[in-house]
Design a protein around this ligand. Structure first.
Ligand SMILES: Nc1ncnc2c1ncn2[C@@H]1O[C@H](COP(=O)(O)OP(=O)(O)OP(=O)(O)O)[C@@H](O)[C@H]1O
Length: 305
């Protein structure tokens, strides 16, 4: 979060929260969740928790949450669970903040807001008393996202990742799938119209936040609080391209590679093979052609102090 961000809401009493837990997120994180809930109760929060039984439940729970009963809905899971709660809040009656207990594999949102998934005291304090910041939300074909949306190889990796392997090995499953795709994927050209200007690439990621895939900065100038997308357009294909980008990302150098374009835009149209997947916040949220935009839609996001 930028220092200039205006904290719109710092509660004076502990928040009343609905915790929505995805038991399939991450690996063996049940203990961590119970420990955070215990801390929340010690801090004086009124806590209700609901566990999802299938994909879509988190979204429905958030839609149905009443601002008469709760101050915030807390996504206990990974970025996909946060995305579901974000979309549910968008369909709900309004007035509820969004928070996170990071239990996922990559936890990109936690990196973005400076929340340490292992620091349970920090997580609980943020949920109970942390500032809720006014964050701009983007959409991909009408589906809200908070962090990033991408088409090309990364979306195919998200679509193809072996879920059982992900449960066992975490992020390694994404590395394995990326290498598999690098060999089998044909890297079709993607057309990108950004605020009316035409570009071309093999992979495109529209970043709302700075981080990608974990604690790796892909778009240094992105800000959750700005109604703007930082769009990374990657032109290379094949195994050499994948290795080049895959090595540059953890070193924070992706946006500095000479062939990589990073442009600021508020509206994007991505075209390519009709029906090809588009990932948003690490899950498949749309298909090509995809209209991606950011405007006045906002959410109050609970952050650590
Ligand atoms: N009870 C459930 N059973 C099966 N899938 C679920 C359930 N609840 C939620 N999901 C789905 O699980 C998927 C993965 O969840 P999530 O992204 O939160 O965890 P993750 O993939 O481990 O973490 P990250 O996104 O940080 O890598 C999401 O698409 C979500 O919709």
């Amino acid at each position: 979060m930028t220092d200039s961000a205006a904290a719109l809401c710092v509660p004076t009493t502990p928040r009343r929260v609905l915790v929505v837990h995805n038991p399939t997120a991450g690996r063996h994180k049940q203990r961590r969740l119970l420990d955070v809930i215990e801390r929340l109760e010690l801090l004086g929060c009124a806590v209700t928790s609901k566990q999802t039984g299938q994909r879509g439940d988190a979204e429905d729970f958030a839609t149905q949450a009443s601002p008469d009963l709760y101050d915030a809905v807390i996504a206990a899971g990974g970025d996909g669970t946060v995305n579901e709660v974000l979309n549910g809040l968008g369909r709900g009656s309004g007035g509820l903040a969004l928070g996170v207990i990071p239990l996922g594999t990559a936890n990109v949102l936690a990196c973005e807001i400076g929340l340490d998934p292992r620091n349970l005291d920090q997580i609980a304090r943020a949920i109970a008393f942390g500032p809720a910041r006014h964050v701009h939300v983007a959409v991909a074909n009408c589906r809200r996202f908070l962090l990033m949306a991408g088409a090309g190889l990364d979306a195919h990796v998200v679509a193809g990742v072996n879920v059982a392997l992900k449960r066992r090995t975490g992020k390694l499953a994404y590395v394995v799938e990326s290498l598999k795709q690098a060999v089998g994927y044909d890297f079709p050209k993607l057309g990108i119209r950004a605020d009316g200007v035409e570009y071309e690439g093999r992979m495109v990621v529209a970043c709302k936040g700075r981080f990608y895939g974990g604690p790796f900065i892909a778009a240094p100038d992105a800000s959750l609080e700005e109604p703007m997308l930082e769009v990374c357009i990657l032109p290379n294909s094949g195994i050499s391209g994948v290795l080049r980008y895959g090595l540059a990302l953890p070193m924070g150098k992706l946006s500095e590679l000479p062939e990589v374009q990073v442009i600021s835009a508020r509206t994007l149209l991505i075209t390519g093979p009709r029906g090809a997947p588009v990932q948003g916040d690490g899950d498949i949220v749309a298909r090509l052609p995809a209209e991606i935009s950011v405007g006045n839609d906002t959410v109050e996001l609970i952050c650590p102090e």
